[in-house]
Design a protein around this ligand. Sequence first.
Ligand code: NPG
Length: 385
Amino acid sequence: MTVPEQSSPLPELDPVELEEVELHRVSMPLVRPFETSFGRQYVRDVLLVRVRTGDGEGWGECVAMTDPVYSSEYVEGVAEVLARYLAPALLGVRTLGARDVGAALGFVIGHRMAKAALETAVLDAQTRAAGVSFGEYFGAVRPEVECGVSVGIASSIDELLEEVASYRDAGYRRIKLKIKPGWDLEPVAAVRSLLGPDALLQVDANTAYTVDDIDHLRRLDDFGLLLIEQPFVEEDIASHAALAAAIDTPVCLDESITSAEVAVDAIARDATSIVNIKAGRVGGYLEAVRVHDVCRARDVPVWCGGMLETGVGRAANVALAALPGFTLPGDTSGSDRYFAEDLTESFVLVEGRLAVPTAAGSGVTVREELLQEWRSQPVRYLGHV
Ligand code: NPG
């Protein structure tokens, strides 16, 4: 399968000298529990990668969850594969840029979230050294991005409506509801009548349905949704194509899209007409830009997904979401949607938008005192042997 070259090649930057890789693990309490079809989360178990280079440093955030319930990757496993395989391989190359990371780590199958965190840290170091922001590097075309918010499964419809109303009042441009069998038509109907017919509303099933549910899911057509996201398991492109043929609501893939090649295939098979892009899920921001490019070349709108990132990951997501093909509001919420205090400067919503950072690299600074305070495990230092 051939995938066209990206529309605007990423800039050439000087490489960095990689001296050390550090793994930082912090536990951040969520302002409210977050429930999806695969479980309820009370804290964000965050793994950050710091690379130290000849003349600076860079940070990357890993999006894996504590348990392998969204994808096969999970935090402890990511730390292990980074320490045992990925960091030593990169340290062995020593002089490199973000573009070299994919090839250097290609001997390890999968583990995209682990690779993405390391590649992002290298990219951050490289762009900081070059004085280039992530937005400039990726090809951002706007200074701020429109934001949506993802709303977890609630314990009652009343509670859900209260939460949705608070996000509407905070200015979010689009609401995404988590659904699962037994929590779908009724909450969606209630939220649609709360918000009115013109509000942007979409649903996310996180693989909770099967092909036998197509008739049931068709009933969502009554609610004028922007899209239904990932109803079936990630490998099952065929059932998503069958659903897309059966309903009017656009089908959007998330978990299934692991690379630009897979995106091209799923689009060609009419399994998805909108794509959620998460850099961690596709192996890094460079691949995320490629996914954007192949979708744009096919007139398929994309939007930026989220994985409850701290400011480190949020900064990079907001820069990505400023690319031209991101025509729908993303899960790029303000820091306060998840955290009372962020690990970096806070991302604050203004009229439903977040500003794309303009300083070099990711444009944000990790607050080392908070890193200390919230640390859940000792730092792992991975250097040259
Ligand atoms: O706003 O950062 C965010 C989270 C958005 O709903 C969100 N993420 O499937 O897209 C998802 C979902 C998720 C949540 C995935 C928890 C994994 C764990």
